[in-house]
Each structure stands twice: as structure tokens, then as C-alpha cells.
Design a protein around this ligand. Structure first.
Ligand SMILES: Nc1ncnc2c1ncn2[C@@H]1O[C@H](COP(=O)(O)OP(=O)(O)OP(=O)(O)O)[C@@H](O)[C@H]1O
Length: 555
């Protein structure tokens, strides 16, 4: 039902909107809690993709950056109909935009040199000057720098997002230092030149708390984690505040290091998750505690993020919290921390008091050239795609869209490296919302190579459950069952030489209403075992049914 405050009046002229017919309905789009909702006529039989496309034509928000949420659930399957999710006449849909934080800044010198920076939109011109000085020793005197854009001198405090309002525009910087410089106009019309100004970052100071949350006193934190906490704390000591990411549906903070030139970590507080009390996007709170994806709970995202790291065992052996930082699938080191800082979202106001302390996941920041939404998948090496598929299948990830795979390029290597992030919706209680971006990529059609198959063979769900218990997370019976079943499927599938596509397809629903094969297997097993049977009996039954179903598949 529409809430109070919905304006009545003529519908706006949305391009391509259907005429008012018995099949058409009016939905209301909420862009934020501060702005009034906007009506839009759609057909109940219209696909999510079609509605998003019309929003794109109307408002200019690219389809893949849109996240539509209705009644606490993301309308994640673009091929499903809007009516499948129960959306009806007068309902309000929340539109979250996953805006890219990074802008590409090109610095051109008159000596023909060119430097490219991926810069956060919320950074300022002073930061750009520091970046230039960092790259080029000859330009390290910030006071000699004067930056000019479109003929206008830019002040240090000016934000990047204010300079190039067109998101896709590349900003060209011309370095102009007194007599040494001849300026060349560039075709984009953006010009920055360097001269005098004070570009020092102003330390904000202030107190903070940052400490790991360890449930087990026996645990000795590995160096990757202590370094992560150390560099993040050093940034806070210097007064470099957390920078809230504009991307993502929850509160995600980019934590600066001591230099203020790099990000050390990403902190995601539990109370700022989507539908949690202090969510900065002001999504309505969950009424029943269920998270944005079926089978997850609000406030558990941080635990799941840490679990994904712990379970991403290195190839050399199971994760024992020893020296190896990255596991087989490359989840960046992640730890549960407690953090007190005024820079986080405190809607009730901030006091330096225990009630303002946030618990959340702290993950190593990974420098990337973008994410998988920004480029076609063809250039990704097969093994990179396969390592992500292993992680997603094992953990029954319900949130693997392209924006959650970072693309990196090591300087010494021509090939792309994929880094999986955002595991707040892994290990759900059921398989209903499992979706994998890579499923239709060509690499997913190829079977696993020997190395990957060996790794899969070494996996053991019971040991994984025990490992999480050791680290303080006692998985619920349902989540533990998910891990057991998905590990079993991955192992049986890989042993039969099945491709990630075939195995992944067993886990994902084709449409919202049609159960996936794995759900059918669970359904059959639930009906087959006697009430009160042990988990071992249930899993044996799953194993038998799964074997039978896999036998029917072509290799
Ligand atoms: N480890 C990391 N290294 C670099 N950037 C990161 C890392 N983790 C998250 N980010 C970036 O921070 C932003 C927000 O993070 P993330 O997507 O995890 O948040 P979210 O609220 O869970 O998002 P979503 O709505 O996709 O579920 C994104 O731009 C993402 O690319």
C-alpha cells in the first residue's frame, strides 16, 4: 500500500510508459527518504529489466547501477516479472544507485608525459596535487602547483565530483610550471595546470578506537590482519577520517592510511547494513530480521564477510591463520573489529561513548582498475573465473554481481586478476537467492583444471564448520546445512568433470518461482527421511539423491 505523503496528480511523462489499461499499475519510486516518491506506470507483466531500462531512459541511471528493493527484498533477477516479486498497484519501490566512487583523472604534462589516477569522487583538488607530487619528484613542491580546469583555477578544497559533473568525462590535467611549460589545449576542454597553493591535508585529529573482536583468546592474529589493523589505525591517528563510499546499499567506509594517499581498508559496520537501524541509505528497517537476500539476517553481514575469508583456504593447506594472506579464491584479508569514530553514520548524534561503538568487518583495500561490471568478461583468464566460481558455489553466495568482483592488473603481468569482495550474503539458510554473475561467461563452460580439482577435493565442510566455531561463529543448523550441501555438490560435480556452469546452474533458480535443482533435491530428501532423523542421515539421503540427479547430466 502507498504510505501517507504520496503526492496525487498527473503522472510524469516517463518515456515508453504504457497507457492506462486494466493491466497497468502505478508504482512509486523512492530515491531517498528525503525526497518525495515519484509515480511511474508499469505493467505487472513487465520484466524488472524493462522497468530498469525505462528508469534509465527517463532519469539517466544506467541499468546495471540500479538496485530496486521492494518489501525488504532486492528485485535481483532482471528476467523476472515485476509481479513475481508481489509488486502491485500503489506499492513503493526503493531505488538505490550503485554510483561509481572512482573517477579517472589524466594528468598531462607539456613534456608529453601522462599519468592516470583512479580518484575517489569525494577527494579534493589538494589530494590530486599530492598524487602528482607522489608520482613525479620534480613536482613535489605543492606550493608551486596551480590547478586550472576549463580556464578556472581550482581551490584545494574543491571536490572532484564538482569538477567533472559528467560521470564519464575524463579530466585532463595540464601541468603548468612557470617558464618550463607550454600549454596545449586538449579536445575535452579540461585543463589543469600546477602552481602555488597550500595542498596539505588538514589533520582532523580526534579520538578513536579500533580493535579486533576475537571470541577465542587462543587466537593469535596473523601478520596480514595485524598489519591491516595497524595501517588503518595509523591513518586515524593522523586524523585521516573514514570516507563513506557512495557505492553499495550499506554503509561502507574507505579507511585511509597514514599518508592519506592510499586506502588501507574498507570498514562495513553491522548497524549500517541494508535494512539495519543506522543504514545511511535510509532503507526501511527489516520487520522480521530477514536481510535483503532470502535466508540471511540483518546484522550478520560482517560475520559472513569474515567467514568467507576464513574459509578461503590457501592452496598450501587449510587456513590456520598462519603466514598466508590470500587463499585460493583471493578473498582479501578480513577481520571483525570494533571501531569508534565520529565519521561513521550516527543519526542520533555522536558521543565518544560505548553506545556509539560500531562492530563490523574490516577488509584490506585492494587497488583495482575497476570491477567486472565495467568490462566484458572475455579477457578474464579461465582460472581466475574458476576460482571465483569455487568460492561462490561453496558458500552459496546470494550476491555475486559484477560489481563485487574487482579487476586488477599487476604491473609485471599482462593478465587480469580478479578479486572477490562483498560476501555479506554468503552461507544463507536456503538457496533461494543464489545468483552468479559468472554463470553465463564463456570460461564457466570449461571444466576445472587439475589444480582446481585437487583443491576442491581437499575441501571438508565439517572442518569448515569447526573452524568457524573456533573463531566464534556457531553456524545455525540451516547455514551449516547449506555449507555441507554446497560443498558436497561442488566435490561431486568436479569429480565427474562437470563445468562450473553445470554445477552453478544446479544451485540457481532459472526464474523466481521455479525451484532450483538443489532445492528439489533438498525437498525430496526432507520428505524421504523420518522426522527426528539425525543430520548425518539427512546428508546421506541428500548424497544419494544428488548422485542420482548428477548421473542424468551429460558430462
Ligand atoms: N576490499 C576492497 N577493496 C577495494 N574496494 C572495495 C573493497 N570492498 C569494497 N570496496 C568498494 O567499496 C564500495 C562499497 O562496497 P560493497 O559493494 O562491498 O558495499 P555493499 O553496501 O555491501 O554493496 P552492495 O550494494 O553491492 O551489496 C564499492 O565501490 C566497492 O568496490
Amino acid at each position: 500500500m502507498p504510505s501517507a505523503g504520496i503526492p496525487f496528480g498527473p503522472l510524469p511523462d516517463v518515456p515508453g510508459s504504457p497507457h492506462s489499461t486494466p493491466e497497468s499499475i502505478v508504482i512509486y519510486l523512492s530515491f531517498s527518504s528525503c525526497s518525495p516518491v515519484t509515480p511511474m506506470r508499469v505493467l505487472a507483466s513487465e520484466s524488472i529489466a524493462s522497468v530498469k531500462l525505462r528508469i534509465q531512459t527517463w532519469k539517466g541511471f544506467v541499468v546495471k547501477k540500479q538496485k530496486l528493493i521492494f518489501d525488504g527484498r532486492e528485485l535481483a533477477r532482471n528476467n523476472c516479472l515485476i509481479g513475481d516479486y508481489g509488486v502491485g498497484n500503489g506499492h513503493i519501490l526503493h531505488l538505490i544507485l550503485r554510483l561509481n566512487d572512482l573517477r579517472l583523472i589524466t594528468v598531462k604534462t607539456t613534456f608529453g608525459r601522462e599519468y592516470k589516477f583512479q580518484v575517489q569522487q569525494s577527494r579534493n583538488v589538494g589530494y590530486i596535487k599530492q598524487q602528482i607530487a607522489h608520482r613525479e619528484r620534480a613536482l613535489d613542491n605543492l606550493h608551486e602547483q596551480k590547478l586550472i580546469c576549463n580556464g578556472e583555477e581550482l581551490e584545494d578544497q574543491r571536490l572532484i565530483e564538482d569538477i567533472a559533473t559528467n560521470k564519464d568525462a575524463v579530466i585532463h590535467l595540464l601541468i603548468h610550471r612557470s617558464a618550463k611549460v607550454r600549454t596545449t589545449p586538449d579536445e575535452e576542454g579540461f585543463e589543469l595546470s600546477v602552481e602555488a597553493s597550500s595542498a596539505d591535508v588538514q589533520p582532523l585529529g580526534g579520538s578513536f578506537v579500533l580493535e579486533p573482536v576475537t571470541m577465542t583468546p587462543k587466537i593469535e592474529l596473523p601478520s596480514a590482519i595485524t598489519n591491516l589493523i595497524g595501517t588503518t589505525a595509523a591513518g586515524l591517528v593522523k586524523g585521516n577520517p573514514p570516507v563513506r563510499s557512495s557505492e553499495g546499499s550499506g554503509g561502507a567506509y574507505l579507511m585511509q592510511d597514514a599518508s592519506g594517499l592510499r586506502f588501507a581498508a574498507v570498514f562495513k559496520p553491522a548497524d549500517e547494513e541494508p535494512m539495519a537501524a543506522n543504514n545511511p541509505q535510509q532503507l526501511p528497517m527489516s520487520r522480521d530480521g530477514v536481510g535483503l537476500k532470502k535466508g540471511t539476517r540483518v546484522g550478520e553481514g560482517a560475520l559472513r564477510e569474515v567467514a568467507a575469508y576464513l574459509l578461503d583456504h590457501p592452496v598450501s593447506g587449510r587456513r590456520a591463520f598462519t603466514g598466508v594472506d590470500f587463499g585460493f579464491s583471493g578473498v582479501p584479508p578480513t577481520v571483525l573489529v570494533r571501531c569508534l569514530h565520529e565519521g561513521f553514520n550516527h543519526p542520533e548524534g555522536y558521543k565518544q561513548a560505548p553506545e556509539n561503538m560500531k562492530i563490523g568487518s574490516l577488509q584490506m583495500f585492494v587497488d583495482s582498475i575497476g570491477n567486472c561490471e565495467d568490462m566484458g568478461p572475455r579477457a578474464f583468464p579461465v582460472e581466475e573465473v574458476h576460482k571465483i566460481s569455487v568460492l561462490d558455489i561453496r558458500l552459496a553466495n546470494a550476491d555475486r554481481h559484477g560489481g563485487n568482483i574487482l579487476v586488477c592488473r599487476r604491473e609485471d603481468e599482462a593478465q587480469f586478476l580478479l578479486v572477490p569482495i562483498d560476501h555479506g550474503y554468503c552461507l544463507p539458510e536456503n538457496f533461494e537467492d543464489c545468483t552468479f554473475e559468472w554463470l553465463y561467461w564463456p570460461q564457466a563452460q570449461e571444466p576445472y583444471d587439475v589444480k582446481t580439482a585437487e583443491y576442491i577435493k581437499s575441501l571438508d565442510a565439517e572442518e569448515d564448520i569447526a573452524l568457524l566455531r573456533f573463531h566464534g561463529w556457531e553456524l545455525s543448523l540451516e547455514c551449516a546445512r547449506t555449507l555441507r550441501i554446497s560443498t558436497m555438490l561442488l566435490k561431486k560435480g568436479a569429480q565427474r568433470g562437470l563445468s562450473p556452469f553445470t554445477i552453478g546452474s544446479i544451485m540457481c533458480r532459472e526464474t523466481l518461482r521455479k525451484r532450483s535443482v538443489i532445492e528439489e533435491i533438498i525437498h525430496e530428501a526432507t520428505r524421504s527421511v523420518l522426522p527426528g532423523s539425525t543430520e548425518t542421515t539427512f546428508m546421506e539421503c541428500i548424497s544419494e539423491i544428488m548422485d542420482r540427479r548428477l548421473e542424468l547430466l551429460p558430462k
